[in-house]
Design a protein around this ligand. Structure first.
Ligand code: GLN
Length: 511
């Protein structure tokens, strides 16, 4: 890659857009630089499941024509981005990281993809992820592993692993992911980028493959807080095609971005610092809290006593909803269809071969939890816990404006470290899950490097419903002091370790 290409790929989304507006850069150059960067690095990173080079080049040409006419759709016009492979893209394969959707080309675009393209952004491809967004390490992808650009032997986090890795590796200037229990915030923290899960209902989910419908939310990832604010402003807002999307007007997320942290009351939950948090992670997070104090914010100790029940409640509710949502993949309407004698056998074979181990585990757990006789004992009880979790936050927000703590108890762990132990994998979600259960906005912003490993650490900020503006303002205040991690070296010779499951053979009679 030439020097000028790396200068282009290193620009923030805002800078790239401004360059096009000033006619100092062309969308074509930016898109070619992104494609070259992907070609040069993705063999090692594994962030992309599909690169839509021709479509991107055509869109870049249109963006450049608009720029030549002095027309501009938005600050994003002409800038290369990419989206998690959970978003429907018209005529472009959309797999949700699963073999069962292999070959499916949706006849329409997800609303968020449409909105990005209406704003002029150029979608250059579809990003790797855990199958159906189930996972915390991207290792449940049915297609290939994805590596952390800061250490290719470690996970980028999941389930939006490709969305974070592509941004960290300077392949694109911004991306979209989804977050059901932490899937934007966790990979953002592991890869040293900024990631925001908006309030439930803030962003349309029309055209997003459903995992757990009462928890799923779409959000942006980028290298700066400002870029995340920009992206959120483009995708947020009511969509008549998603009845769960809110009619509330969308705030101007850039307006208060630079207002600093003075006067902000930052809640520090006791339960987020008790046992299990890696000492180096805790050090970085506490250093960030000290920065807030220095900037004139007030730290307030708070309690979220039901945090410890979050994982149990989430791992009932999410699989229960998943078991229902995944019932539609039967070999008739989408993707994979196994050959079999009768209709029932075809359903069974398709699902047996098309789903990987994790979706199968969740379908079984969820179906069990929803069965007659168990519903009250499990699902209903989990919903009651959910109410208690929400009340914890309501209480806390009486005395603070944002809540701050770790995103995850650890930094990015080695590929393979948790694949044999699903419970261990689930436990890593302890700090991100309650935010989804309570439908609140949450983000991860880099707060330094971990002493021993040198890996990025993310600070989690959780806000009041629909108060993304305050979260972004608080994140920006920290970013101004701490800065972002320097670009990863992605040294040649380093290999992506870890194995994706081999594809099913689909031969008749194969086990
Ligand atoms: N790690 C969690 C899970 O496996 C969260 C995933 C997500 O947010 N999509 O369910």
């Amino acid at each position: 890659m030439s020097g000028s290409d790396s200068e282009l790929t290193g620009l923030s989304l805002r800078e790239a857009g401004a360059g096009i507006a000033a006619r100092a850069l062309s969308s074509r150059d930016l898109v070619e630089a992104a494609l070259a960067r992907i070609a040069a690095t993705d063999g090692r990173v594994g962030a992309f499941l599909e690169v839509t080079a021709e479509r991107a080049r055509a869109q870049a040409a249109q963006a450049d024509q608009r720029a030549a006419r002095g027309e501009r759709r938005s600050e994003l016009d002409g800038v290369p981005v990419a989206v998690k492979d959970l978003f429907a893209t018209k005529g472009v394969p959309t797999t949700a990281g699963s073999r069962i959707l292999e070959g499916w080309k949706p006849p329409y675009d997800a609303t968020v993809v449409e909105r990005l393209e209406d704003a002029g952004a150029v979608v250059v491809g579809k990003l790797n992820m855990d199958e159906f967004a189930m996972g915390s390490s991207n290792e449940n992808s049915a297609y290939k592993p994805c590596a952390n650009p800061y250490d290719l032997s470690r996970t980028p986090g999941g389930s939006s692993g490709g969305s974070a890795a592509a941004v960290a590796a300077r392949q694109v200037h911004g991306s979209l992911g989804t977050d059901t229990g932490g899937s934007i915030r966790l990979p953002a923290s592991f890869c040293g980028v900024v990631g925001l899960k908006p309030t439930y209902g803030r962003v349309s989910r029309y055209g997003v493959v459903a995992f757990a419908s009462s928890l799923d939310q779409v959000g942006p990832l980028a290298r700066t807080v400002e870029d995340v604010a920009l992206l959120l402003g483009k995708i947020a807002g009511h969509d008549p095609r998603d009845m769960t999307s809110s009619a509330r007007p969308v705030d101007d997320y850039l307006a208060a971005l630079e207002e600093g942290a003075r006067g902000l009351r930052v809640g520090v939950p006791r339960e987020w610092f008790q046992g299990g948090v890696d000492a180096g992670v805790e050090r970085s997070v506490r250093a960030a809290l000290a920065v807030y104090e220095r900037l004139g914010a007030k730290l307030v100790e708070i309690s979220l006593p039901h945090t410890k029940y979050g994982i149990a409640a989430y791992y009932l509710i999410a699989p229960a909803e998943a078991s229902s949502n995944l019932a539609r993949y039967d070999g008739v309407r989408f993707g994979l269809r196994a050959e079999a004698k009768g209709l029932r056998e075809m359903y069974a074979e398709t699902r047996e071969r098309g789903f990987g181990a994790e979706p199968k585990r969740r379908i079984m757990l969820g179906t069990y939890a929803l069965s007659a006789g168990y519903y009250d004992a499990y699902y209903l009880r989990a919903q009651k816990v959910r109410t208690l979790v929400r009340r914890d936050f309501d209480e806390a927000f009486r005395v603070c404006d944002v809540i701050a703590g770790p995103v995850s108890p650890t930094v990015a762990f080695p590929l393979g470290a948790r694949t044999q132990d699903p419970l261990q994998m689930y436990l890593g979600d302890v700090f991100t899950i309650t935010c989804n259960l309570a439908a609140l906005p949450g983000l991860s912003v880099p707060c330094g490097l971990h002493g021993e490993s040198g890996m990025p650490v993310g600070l989690q900020l959780v806000g009041r419903p629909f108060d993304e503006a305050t979260l972004l303002r608080a994140a920006r205040a920290l970013e101004r002091e701490v800065g972002a991690p320097s670009p990863p070296s992605l040294r040649e010779g380093a290999e992506v370790r870890g194995q994706a499951p081999s594809p099913p053979s689909l031969r008749e009679g194969a086990a």
